[in-house]
Design a protein around this ligand. Structure first.
Ligand SMILES: [Mg+2]
Length: 126
């Protein structure tokens, strides 16, 4: 069964690029455009991995990450953060809050897909 990736990214063109690449890589993709929706969807579908943008309206990626980690149902879902380039503090904060890995923008779609697969492998998803 293909793995389901929940993508939370507020920029439409970035979200489309991620959706296209991950679907082409064999994943089922559910994409949302803000943090609240990300949290709701994560609880509803329990995805195999959440790809979480840091800067989003309503709830930041960090707030979503913290809420996912506090919830028994979602705390073990692997998280990959999408951070702005050269924002070391964002990277560190994400890792401290329990993110599995991060990728900085602008990213290469091939690298993004590779990191998603690596996190799934490391977390024993395949
Ligand atoms: Mg953003």
């Amino acid at each position: 069964m293909p793995y389901t990736i929940l993508v939370a990214e507020d920029q439409q063109h970035v979200r489309s690029l991620i959706e296209y690449k991950l679907r082409n890589s064999g994943f089922v993709v559910v994409a949302v455009e803000d943090g609240n929706a990300a949290l709701q969807k994560a609880e509803e579908i329990i995805p195999d991995l959440v790809l979480l943008d840091v800067m989003m309206p309503l709830m930041t990626g960090f707030e979503v990450l913290g809420a996912l980690k506090k919830n028994q149902k979602t705390k073990d879902i692997p998280i990959l953060m999408l951070t702005a380039q050269s924002k070391e503090d964002e990277v560190l904060k994400g890792l401290e809050l329990g993110a599995d890995d991060y990728i900085t923008k602008p990213f290469s779609p091939n690298e993004l897909a590779a990191r998603v697969k690596t996190v799934l492998l490391r977390r024993g998803k395949k």
